[in-house]
Structure formats: C-alpha cells, structure tokens
Write a protein that binds this ligand. Structure first.
Ligand code: FAD
Length: 347
C-alpha cells in the first residue's frame, strides 16, 4: 500500500513527484509512455513555448535559457528528462492504467492494461489531454476523399507542399499551424484556407505566457473568475506574428459541410481541398476513472482545484483551468501539485 500513486509522468505528474519527494511520501509515478516528456515529444517541431525559459519552470529547478527566443518542444523534453533524473523521481514507464477502483475502507486499486496492480491511499491523476484529440462532427465528412489529421498528428509543413489545405481552429494550435504552413504553401503553389468560428482574437503582441500566468494568478487570488480568455485566444509568438504581418494569415468562416472533393458553405462557396487539419482541441484523458462514477456538469468532472469532492483521496492535476487556473502550464502546475500533495497526505 503506497501513500500515493500518480498516474501520468508528464510535467504535471513530475510536479506532483517533486512535492511528494519533499514530503517524504512513499509513492510511484506510472506512465504509459516509453520515454520522458509527456506530450512534448509528440508535438510539431516548430512549436515554441509561449514564454521564455525562465518563466517555464516546474517547482525547484529552472529551465535553462535558450539563445534563440522561447524554447521549442525538444528543449522541454530535455528539461523534463533532467528534472526527473535530478530529483530521482520513481517513474515507471510503459504502464497504461486502465482502471482505478475503490479499495475499501480507504484507498484505491490501480490496474494496468497488462494486469499489474498497485494499491494506494490516494491517487493523483495527471494523464493530460494529448491522447484524446477532439474532432467535431461535420456533415458529409464520411464521403470526403481528402486527407484528414488532427493537430496532434501534425509534424510539419513538408507533406503538404503544393496542396490545398484547410486548417480548422482559431486558437493557438490553429494559428501556429496555419503560420507554419502559410509560407510553405505559398512557395509550393499550394493554398491555405484557415477556417475559424469567428474573427481570430489575437492577444496584444506584448502578451506572452508570463502575462497570462500573472492574470491567472491574480484571478485566483481575487476570486474574480476573470481569466485570460477575456484578453484573447492567440498568443502572438514570433512565427504567428511574422505570418500575420506578412498578410498570410487570412481567416474565413467555418465551412458548413464536406463534399467528396472539398468543403462548402451555405452561401454557395465551394473549395476543392486535398487535406484538412483539425486544430480543435483535446479532452481530458480520464477513461481510467470511469468506474468511480464521477459527477459531471456540462460534460466536465466536478472539481474544486485538484480536489474531487465526490471521491475523497482522488486528485486531478494539470488538465486545464477547470481543475486549477494555469494548471496546464509548466509554470502554473506547481502550486496545484503542492495543494494536491498536501491534501493527499492529509497535511
Ligand atoms: P501530458 O504532457 O500529456 O502528460 C501526460 C502523461 O500521462 C503522458 O506521458 C501520457 O503517456 C501519460 N498517460 C496518459 N494516459 C495514461 C494512462 N491511462 N496511464 C498511464 N499514463 C498515461 N504549456 C506550457 O506550459 N507552455 C506553453 O507555451 C505551451 N504551449 C502550448 C502550445 C500548444 C499549441 C499546445 C497544444 C499546448 C501547449 N502547452 C503549453 C500545453 C502543454 O503542452 C500541455 O498542457 C502539457 O503537456 C500538459 O502536461 P500534463 O503533464 O498534464 O500532460
């Protein structure tokens, strides 16, 4: 019987590991991936952090600065690898947890896909969202002959040379991928069609992850609930700024349906399209908790920060603002990890 089992060894799981180590807890981190870094090894190579390295650190250990602006995903993977090693965190890899069950009178049984089991007094779930890409339904999609991927599968512009490509989504991944593709398509006689639900809401150019974190922190302290969403959706990282200022990021309303060779709008506009890239977000990867009967409101698990009032001893960490403001960021997850660990250990 461990004090705590942490499910997921990305940035959130490691932040929990840091505080558990400090508290002298008996714990283990179980991670489905074969290597360190959580979602970061799977993002597209040109992805840049919203903030410089000194504003992208987990508790205890600073991320090294980079000479060429905000760090890329590879830099984050190396940082997380080093973090794990430095603190000697007990991460067990290649373990996919499929179920968490109550183990009366007070504790849990955590079951892996290969049949292994762990028992713990508390469980911190930190499985992220990357494994649950969300794609909305759209009329006619079944008959579309072109290629479709989600942003989770995007690896760079090269395969799209000379193609007519629709990018769907007006938030950060949509803007960053549209910016990544725009120049490449222009040079290769392809075409970018960037579809967004409304006009893109760029944050002011000077606002980066530092400012977003400041606003999120102030919102928590004041209890105002005024989050970063009021400021805008898109952080104007340098590649987005360059593409926007060059006039390459022109948004058009979302199409209404597919036809076999492309997409069309209710006003009669029709476009031939080779590929669609869905930048339509992710959902929390919580399938392993389904047996616990968690209450949901509006499709979302009821949580008070990382605490799940329904299930004493269970904590949700890093999934987004709904379980802790800025908890889905490197700089923001530490405070929620600390709170989850204190509650898990009853301190
Ligand atoms: P993940 O990194 O997804 O790690 C979860 C881990 O849990 C993975 O290793 C996974 O294998 C494992 N796992 C999943 N299911 C199971 C299971 N059933 N059993 C066992 N293990 C499991 N964040 C920032 O801080 N700064 C930024 O600038 C930034 N920019 C971003 C830009 C874009 C375009 C996007 C899409 C995201 C950005 N993010 C940024 C957010 C960041 O990528 C994620 O929020 C972050 O990776 C979440 O960390 P996590 O530890 O919660 O989850």
């Amino acid at each position: 019987m461990r004090d705590v089992v942490v499910i997921g060894g990305g940035q959130a799981g490691l932040a929990a590991g840091f505080h558990l180590t400090r508290a002298g807890a008996d714990f283990e981190i179980l991670d489905a991936s074969d290597g360190p870094g959580g979602a970061w090894p799977h993002t597209w190579p040109s992805l840049r952090l919203f903030s410089p390295a000194d504003h992208s650190s987990l508790p205890g250990r600073r991320m090294h600065r980079t000479d060429d602006g905000n760090p890329d995903a590879a830099h984050v993977v190396e940082y997380l690898r080093g973090y794990e090693e430095y603190y000697g965190l007990p991460v067990r890899r290649g373990v996919r947890i499929v179920a968490v069950e109550r183990d009366d009178p007070d504790g849990f049984v955590v079951r892996a896909a290969d049949g292994r089991r762990w028992r713990a007094r508390a469980v911190i779930s930190a499985t992220g969202t990357w494994s649950r890409p969300f794609v909305p339904t759209c009329p006619g999609v079944g008959g579309f002959r072109g290629h479709q991927i989600h942003s989770a599968g995007y690896r760079g512009p090269e395969p799209f040379g000379g193609r007519r490509v629709v990018v769907v989504g007006g938030a950060n991944s949509g803007a960053q991928i549209a910016a990544d593709l725009a120049g490449h398509l222009q040079q290769s006689d392809g075409e970018l069609i960037w579809c967004t639900a409304g006009p893109p809401r760029y944050l002011p150019d000077h606002v980066d992850g530092r400012e977003l974190f400041r606003v999120a922190t102030a919102s928590v302290r004041s209890g105002s609930g005024r989050g970063v969403a009021e400021l805008g959706d898109i952080v104007v990282v340098p590649p987005v700024r360059a593409a926007r200022d060059a006039g390459l990021l022109v948004a058009t309303p979302m199409f209404d349906r597919f036809h076999p060779g492309g997409v069309e709008w209710d006003d009669g506009r029709r476009e031939a399209v080779d590929a669609v890239i869905w930048c339509t977000g992710f959902r929390p990867a919580l399938g392993h908790l389904r047996g616990l009967g968690l209450s949901r409101v509006g499709g979302r698990v009821v949580a008070d920060g990382p605490v799940v009032p329904d299930v004493p001893g269970l904590f949700l960490l890093g999934y987004g603002d709904w379980c802790g403001a800025a908890s889905a960021t490197l700089i923001g997850v530490g405070q929620w990890a600390k709170a989850a660990v204190a509650a898990a250990l009853g301190r």
